[in-house]
Design a protein around this ligand. Sequence first.
Ligand SMILES: NCc1[nH]cc(CCC(=O)O)c1CC(=O)O
Length: 302
Amino acid sequence: MNTIKIGTRNSPLALWQAHEVAAKLQHVGFDTEIVPIVSSGDKNLHQPLYALGITGIFTRDLDLALLNSQIDIAVHSLKDVPTELPHNIQISAVLERDFSEDVLVRNKDAEPLDLEVLKIATSSLRRRAFWLKEFPETEFADIRGNVQTRLKKLDDGIADATIFSLAGIKRMNLDVLYEPIPFLLQAPSQGVVAIASLSSNIDLNQVLKSISHKETEICTTIEREFLRTLEGGCTAPIGAKAEMLDGQVRFLGALCSLNGKDFIETDEIFDWNETENFGERLAKKILNNGGRELMDEIKKSL
Ligand SMILES: NCc1[nH]cc(CCC(=O)O)c1CC(=O)O
C-alpha cells in the first residue's frame, strides 16, 4: 500500500487527532500524509449548529474528499459524525477513549459566582437543556468556533463560563481551570477519535481494524445506536455513556426537553457479550416511556 492520505479539518484539535492516527498507522508500518480540508462547518460561524438545519456539516466535506479519492481516510471526532453515513462510507476504527465528560470553564476575571446565577456561553442543545434541568433560570449566550476561539470569546466577557468536552482541553494541553458537571451527561461518543473510509477499500479497512480499540468500539456502537434510534435524523438533547467494567457494560442514557423540564433516563448494567442491539433496545424503552411525545415536541419547536 502506498502512503495513506489522512483527511482532516484544519482546526488545532482536528490536526492533533489526525497526527494521533498517523502515529498509530506508522507504528504498524505505514507512511502517512496529512491533508487538511476546510469544512463548511468551520466557514459558517454566525449561526448555532442546530439552526443550520443540516446534519454532518463537519463531516460532509471530508466525505466528499473520500468519495473522490482525494484522501484514503478521514479522521473525525466521533460525536460530530451523523449516525446515518453516506453510501460506501463507514467508520472503520476508533481510538481508545481518553476523557468523555463535559467540564465547566469560567471566565478567569469573573467573580466566583454560584452555578445557578452563571451566564453560560454554549450553543449546544444538550448542554443548555441539561443545565436548565438543574438551574431553570439560566441565561445563555451563543458561542461557536474551535476551542481556542471560544476561550478567547469567554475572556472577552460574553458570559461567565462555558462548557467544553474535557478531551478537547486535554488534547490541546490548555492551561485552564475546569470543574466537573456531574448532572450533565456527555454526548454519545464524546471523547472518541474515529477513522472513516470507503467500505469498498477492503485491504485498507483490515489495517484500520487492526488499530481499532475494541472496548471503545463496543461502547460507542451502543451509544450511537441509542442516538440513532431516538433522534431519527433530528437533533435533540440526548446524552449517552457506555462504560466497560470487568466484562460488564454500564449504560446511562437520557433524553431531555429543550427547557429542561422533562427528562427520561435509563441506567442499566449487562454482560458485554449481550450488547447486540442494546442501544436500540434502550432507546425504544425511552421512546415508549414518554420519549416519543417528547421527541415530537422537540421537533416542532426547532
Ligand atoms: N462540538 C465540537 C467538538 N467536537 C469534538 C470536541 C472535542 C473532542 C470530543 O469530545 O470528542 C468538540 C469540542 C467540545 O465539544 O468542547
